[in-house]
Design a protein around this ligand. Structure first.
Ligand SMILES: Nc1ncnc2c1ncn2[C@@H]1O[C@H](COP(=O)(O)OP(=O)(O)OP(=O)(O)O)[C@@H](O)[C@H]1O
Length: 591
């Protein structure tokens, strides 16, 4: 079976330990028949046999030996069980550790499409609960199955050795038990697939709620969110209960069969003892070992439930394990180059799933030039810039950097040449210094300060309780929107890339700060092509060229002055932003 092959493959490095654990399980479980055998000898020789009294007097040594043997085997079994459990734990924990790293790398290596399709809560469930379920299966379920089967087989063999007839009476129960177990497994399997899905929905709701906690509070939607969460929680609990109820449908039959072993033994075995066909000792051996037949029947429900959970979890893990990003690093550069920064869009079109978002986009930016992109919300600006670092690949046409199709460039090299400050600012729970130096943790402090100054962030950072060492909370909690944007800008500048992409990076800062940032961008001490998405004319005015996007197409292109003269979209935006608020309408760009 594919899943078991997968487990075997991932046990590499611990296979010997695991096989040894399996062997010890078999040996340890087989030894369960030893004590009932010794018990049988003691009963027949020293308690119930016709020569019991004489033997008790004459064969004390044998009795003591048998008693010591019983204690010895009990200790041996305990020791074996301890060692076996340890080996299962070691092998399964090591597998968990390896697979978790592998999956984490896999998730990191996925492209944006993967993140569009997979919910964070679901991925978290796979990395935690599902992986733990797989570990639990290796360390407990497989162990329990092997041990139950071995004890069952050892007991049956031993019973046959004592009395085949009585054993056959007992085994009459096996076929109906297996039929009931099979029916139960078949019915419960889809329930666990569904249960796993509901758990993922519950985790996604929890994760989104915690991450979006500020929005929830701002809209006073706590009640609504609690209701939404409760609904998911009820869904999960209901599915859990439904699975448990199915087990309860079958449980009485299995329990009855399990009890029936003792009844058959008592009835048939008792008759055999009365007939003299079975000694008291042999009967006691049956009694002592009958649990070996009935216990697996009792455990069968738990095992089947866990196996179903195991397969549901394993298939989710295997999904990530074999996920292949569409955007892959096909070209390994021996040495990472610094690009000149010439960008060309050659008749580029793009669609996410079905709707076309960009169509026939063509433009060129020379190294060191600044290009501004403006357009209504949803016009495709972010999508356009996402094609440069290959967050997505163009559906049609080509994006070229320094004359080379980005698909032919080494991915790390490409992305290492681009500094991006995204629209949705994400800062890590780290010091401000660590966030700015994210691209190069060894960045000297002076450089961190320099870039913070360029991004107009130095002054407010200095005033913070621990300055650059201040740890910002998750996603930059504790900072204002504009402060976060400035740190993100410093982080992008600190890459010192030949291509800098800023997606609405100054939307939350005041005009004065923005002017400072504009000046810094103009005066950067490294050559850099800048692509700036902005909604403010004050940001776009000094760009070498401005592109206006509308529904995925470039509808206007030119300098500030040229576009104003055109009296189109840009002119309208300009008028809207400047007329009536006391600005010098023609002050910038028309000098
Ligand atoms: N991951 C995605 N999957 C599917 N559709 C998407 C995705 N991201 C964006 N879109 C759609 O593509 C279109 C363009 O989105 P894009 O984010 O590029 O616009 P934008 O011009 O940057 O907007 P804004 O100014 O609001 O940031 C929108 O209609 C949006 O709904």
């Amino acid at each position: 079976m594919f899943q078991l092959k997968w487990l075997w493959h991932n046990l590499l490095g611990d296979r010997a330990k695991y096989i040894l654990a399996l062997c010890l399980s078999v040996v340890g479980s087989s030894l369960t028949i030893v004590n009932p055998y010794i018990g049988q000898r003691i009963v027949d020789t020293f308690i119930a046999g016709s020569d019991a009294a004489a033997n008790l007097a004459d064969k004390r040594g044998l009795l003591i030996g048998l008693c010591i043997g019983m204690v010895g085997f009990s200790l041996l079994r305990t020791g074996l069980a301890y060692g076996t459990a340890m080996l299962y734990e070691l092998a399964s924990q090591n597998l968990l550790y390896r697979v978790r790293i592998y999956l984490y790398n896999k998730i990191q290596g996925q492209d944006m499409k993967y993140y569009d399709k997979n919910r964070t809560g679901d991925l978290m469930t796979r990395m935690t609960g599902d992986l733990e379920m797989v570990r639990h299966s290796l360390a407990w379920i497989i162990k329990t199955i092997i041990e139950s089967l071995t004890v069952f087989a050892a007991a049956v063999v031993y019973f046959f050795y004592i009395d085949a007839g009585l054993t056959l009476w007992l085994l009459i129960l096996s076929p109906p038990i297996f039929i009931v177990a099979f029916l139960f497994a078949r019915r419960v399997r889809p329930m666990y697939v569904d249960l796993r899905e509901r758990l993922s929905q519950l985790n996604t709701a929890t994760q989104e709620n915690i991450a979006g906690n500020r929005v929830v509070k701002a809209f006073a939607r706590e009640e609504y969110e609690i209701r939404k969460f409760t609904e998911k929680n009820v869904n999960y609990a209901t599915a859990n209960k439904a699975a448990a109820m199915v087990w309860l449908d079958y449980f009485p039959y299995l329990e009855t069969f399990a009890q029936a072993f003792a009844v058959i033994l008592m009835a048939a075995g008792g008759l055999y003892v009365m007939d003299g066909r079975l000694t008291f000792g042999e009967f006691s051996a049956f009694s002592a070992l009958i649990w070996g037949l009935s216990n697996p029947m009792r455990n069968i429900g738990i095992i089947i439930n866990d196996i179903q959970r195991f397969f549901a979890s394993l298939s989710k893990i295997i999904d990530i394990y074999y996920a292949h990003p569409e955007i892959v690093n096909e070209h390994q550069a021996l040495e990472k180059r610094r690009y000149e920064g010439r960008i060309r869009f050659d008749n580029v079109s793009f669609k996410y799933e079905s709707a076309t978002v960009l169509e026939g986009i063509s433009f060129e930016v020379e190294p060191g030039e600044t290009i501004a992109i403006m357009g209504a919300t949803g016009s495709g600006k972010t999508t356009l810039i996402n094609l440069i670092p290959r967050f997505y690949d163009a559906t049609k046409g080509r994006v070229l950097i320094d004359g080379i199709d980005v698909r032919k460039l080494e991915l790390d090299e490409l992305r290492g040449n681009i500094g991006v400050a995204t629209q949705d600012v994400l800062l890590f729970s780290d010091s401000i210094d660590g966030n700015i130096a994210y691209s190069n943790p060894d960045m000297p402090e002076d450089d961190v300060t320099r870039f913070a100054k360029l991004a107009a962030a130095h002054d407010f950072i200095r005033k913070m309780p621990e300055g650059y060492d201040t740890v910002v909370g998750e996603r930059g909690v504790g900072l204002s929107g504009g402060q976060k944007q400035r740190i993100a800008l410093a982080r992008a500048m600190a890459v010192q890339p030949p291509i800098l992409i800023l997606d609405d990076t100054t939307s939350a800062v005041d005009n004065e700060t923005e002017e400072h940032i504009q000046r810094s961008l103009r005066e950067l001490d490294y050559s850099c092509t800048k692509i700036i998405i902005a909604q403010r004319v004050s940001t776009t005015a000094e760009a070498d060229r401005i592109l206006i996007l509308d529904q995925g197409r470039i509808i206007e292109e030119g300098t500030h002055a040229e576009l104003l003269a055109k009296r189109g979209y840009y002119y309208d935006v300009f008028m809207l932003q400047n007329v009536g608020i006391g600005r010098q309408a023609t002050a910038v760009g028309q000098k």
